[in-house]
Design a protein around this ligand. Structure first.
Ligand SMILES: Cc1cc2nc3c(=O)[nH]c(=O)nc-3n(C[C@H](O)[C@H](O)[C@H](O)COP(=O)(O)OP(=O)(O)OC[C@H]3O[C@@H](n4cnc5c(N)ncnc54)[C@H](O)[C@@H]3O)c2cc1C
Length: 469
C-alpha cells in the first residue's frame, strides 16, 4: 500500500558529525515493495529521493533538504550464510556489527571494514569504503560477488563483476544515485583466530611517516598511521604507525575462545568504572587547540615501540569504544577532510596543507593516514599513493574560515594530481569533481543515470553540490 504523503511531517536529519541539519520527508521501507511505493510517491509529487543507511557519512551525501529520505535500516536481515565457503547474502540495512558478529564464530571476518561498525552494508557499497588493508585488498566492492538492485525506473537488476559489469562498477561507489541495493552477496575472509598481532612505533615527521606506510603496507595485512596534526616545525606530520597481521593456524592456543563475540565485545565501562556512554562529556574540555596540542605531545613522548595482540573489533573499531565521541566536538560538530594523493606528490602537498591549517589557527585534532592502490570503480577515490583524513571542529566563529581553508586544500590536492572521497568532504564543488574524476567518467555516469533513473528522482544535497553546481 502506498503511504499517504500529505500527512507526513518533516524530520530533521544530520550528518555523522552533526555539523549539517536539514529537514526531509523520512520513509523507512521494510522491503523492496515499500521502496517501489516511495518512488511512486516521489514521481507523483515531483520530489527527489536520497538514499540513507545509518547516516554515518561526514557530509551531505545522505541528506536531501526538502525532499524525501529513503532510510534502508529496516531492511536488515541476513538472507543466507554458508560457513563452509564464507559467502553471505544480506539486506542493505545490515550493519558491519551484525555482519562480523554473525560470521566470526565460524572463523570468518569481513574483508573490508570502516573505522566504525555502525555503518550499513548498503551505505558501505554506496561509498565503496576502504579499510586499513586497502593496499592489499582494495575497497569493499572488490569482495562483492553479486547484488540485486531496484532502479527508480521500476526495473530489478542483478549485477556481478561480469554480468551488467558497467552498472556493477558504477553503482558501487555510486552514492545511491542510480538505484537501491536490495540484496548484497559478499565473500568473507577466513581467519584462524579472533586476535591480530599488532606492532606500533613512532615516526618523527611526515617524510618518515609516509616512508613507513610505503614500506609496511605490502608486508602486513593492515597498516594505518595516526598523525598529530597539531605538531609543527621539525615534528610536522609525526605520529604513530600501526601494522596488524592475522594469526596463522595454531598460533592462538585459545582460538576457540577468541573467535567468540563475547571475547571481542568492547567493555561497557572505561577502567571498569566510568560508563562509556558518558565518556564524551569528559572529552569535551579537550576540544580546543591548546589542550589538544598538549594531549598530542604527551601521547607522542609516552608512545614507545611495542608489539601486542588485539581483538579484531578493538583494532578496527577503536572509535566505537567511546559512543558518541563526536559530541565532544561541541555544538557546531565536526567535519572530516580526506584527500588521496599519488605517492610522488603527497609529501609536498600535505606539508603545505598542515602548515597553512596551523598558520590560520585551524589545526585538525585527529589525522589518519593509509596506503592505497587504484581500483576499477567508476567514481573511484583511490590512487597509487596515500590518504590523509583530518577531523576539524566546527564553530560559529570558524565556519567561514574553515570553508576557505578546505577550498584551498582542494586547490592544493588538485594541483598535486589527487582525488577526493565523497563520504567525507563537504566543500568539493562540481568544478573540482570534473577535474579529479575527468569529463569522460562523469559523462559515463550521467548516461547510466539516465538509463536507471530516467525521471531524475535520485538526488542528494551532495549530488546537487558536487555534480550539478
Ligand atoms: C567513525 C567513522 C569512521 C569511518 N571510517 C571509515 C573508513 O575507515 N573507511 C571508509 O571508507 N569510510 C569510513 N567512514 C565513512 C563511512 O564508512 C561511510 O560514510 C559509509 O558510507 C557510511 O555508511 P552508512 O550506512 O552510514 O551510509 P550513509 O552515510 O547513510 O550513506 C552513504 C551512501 O550510501 C548510499 N546508500 C545507502 N544505502 C544504500 C542502498 N541500499 N542502495 C544504494 N545506495 C545506498 C547513500 O545514498 C549514500 O550515498 C567512517 C565513518 C565514521 C563515522
Amino acid at each position: 500500500m502506498t503511504p499517504d504523503h500529505s500527512q507526513r511531517p518533516l524530520t530533521f536529519l544530520d550528518n555523522f558529525g552533526h555539523s549539517l541539519r536539514t529537514p526531509a520527508y523520512l520513509y523507512q521501507p521494510e522491503n523492496p515493495d515499500g521502496v517501489r511505493s516511495i518512488f511512486r510517491i516521489a514521481k507523483q509529487e515531483g520530489m527527489t529521493v536520497a538514499l540513507r543507511g545509518a547516516g554515518k557519512s561526514y557530509n551531505d551525501v545522505s541528506l536531501n533538504g526538502g525532499g524525501i529520505i529513503l532510510d534502508l535500516q529496516k531492511m536488515n536481515h541476513i538472507l543466507a550464510w554458508d560457513p563452509t565457503n564464507g559467502v553471505i547474502r544480506l539486506e542493505p540495512g545490515v550493519t558491519l556489527e551484525q555482519l562480523w558478529q554473525h560470521v566470526l564464530p565460524s572463523g570468518w571476518w569481513p574483508p573490508v571494514v570502516s573505522g566504525t561498525m555502525t555503518t550499513t552494508l548498503g551505505g558501505c557499497l554506496g561509498s565503496n569504503i576502504h579499510g586499513k588493508n586497502n593496499f592489499r585488498r582494495g575497497p569493499i566492492g572488490e569482495h562483492v560477488l553479486e547484488f540485486t538492485a531496484l532502479l527508480p525506473s521500476g526495473a530489478k537488476i542483478t549485477c556481478t563483476p561480469k554480468r551488467n559489469g558497467d552498472l556493477f562498477r558504477a553503482m558501487i561507489g555510486g552514492l545511491g544515485m542510480l538505484g537501491v541495493f536490495t540484496s548484497i552477496t559478499l565473500q568473507m575472509k577466513k581467519v584462524a583466530s579472533g586476535m591480530l598481532q599488532v606492532h606500533a612505533w613512532n615516526v618523527p615527521n611526515l617524510k618518515a611517516h609516509l616512508d613507513g606506510l610505503f614500506e609496511a603496507a605490502p608486508q602486513h595485512d593492515y597498516t594505518v598511521g595516526w598523525l598529530e596534526a597539531t605538531a609543527g616545525g621539525n615534528g610536522l606530520g609525526r605520529g604513530q604507525l600501526h601494522t596488524a597481521d592475522y594469526l596463522h593456524e595454531g598460533e592462538d592456543a585459545e582460538a576457540e575462545k577468541t573467535l567468540q563475540v563475547s571475547y571481542q565485545t568492547l567493555p561497557s565501562r572505561f577502567f571498569g568504572l566510568v560508563p562509556k556512554s558518558i565518556l564524551h562529556y569528559f572529552m569535551a574540555p579537550f576540544g580546543n587547540n591548546l589542550a589538544w596540542s598538549a594531549v598530542d605531545t604527551v601521547k607522542y613522548y609516552m608512545g614507545r615501540e611495542k608489539t601486542y595482540r588485539q581483538s579484531h573489533a578493538a583494532f578496527h573499531f577503536l572509535l566505537d569504544y567511546i559512543p558518541h565521541w563526536e559530541l565532544a566536538y561541541g555544538r557546531g560538530g565536526l567535519i572530516q577532510y580526506q584527500s588521496f594523493l599519488p605517492k610522488e606528490s603527497a609529501l609536498g602537498a600535505w606539508t603545505e596543507m598542515l602548515k597553512i591549517s596551523q598558520q590560520r589557527g585551524l589545526p585538525s585534532y585527529l589525522g589518519v593516514t593509509k596506503r592505497h592502490r587504484p581500483d576499477a570503480f567508476l567514481l573511484t577515490h583511490a590512487v597509487d599513493g596515500f590518504s590523509l583524513a583530518l577531523d576539524f571542529k566546527v564553530t560559529d566563529r570558524n565556519r567561514a574560515g574553515l570553508s576557505r581553508l578546505l577550498q584551498d586544500f582542494d586547490r592544493i590536492v588538485l594541483e598535486a594530481g589527487g582525488r577526493f572521497y565523497f563520504a567525507k568532504n563537504s566543500e568539493t564543488t562540481a568544478g573540482t569533481t570534473r577535474r579529479f574524476l575527468g569529463e569522460e567518467a562523469i559523462a559515463k555516469f550521467r548516461t547510466l543515470k539516465k538509463r536507471c533513473d530516467p525521471d531524475g528522482l535520485l538526488e542528494s544535497d551532495l549530488y546537487r553540490r558536487a555534480f550539478e553546481g
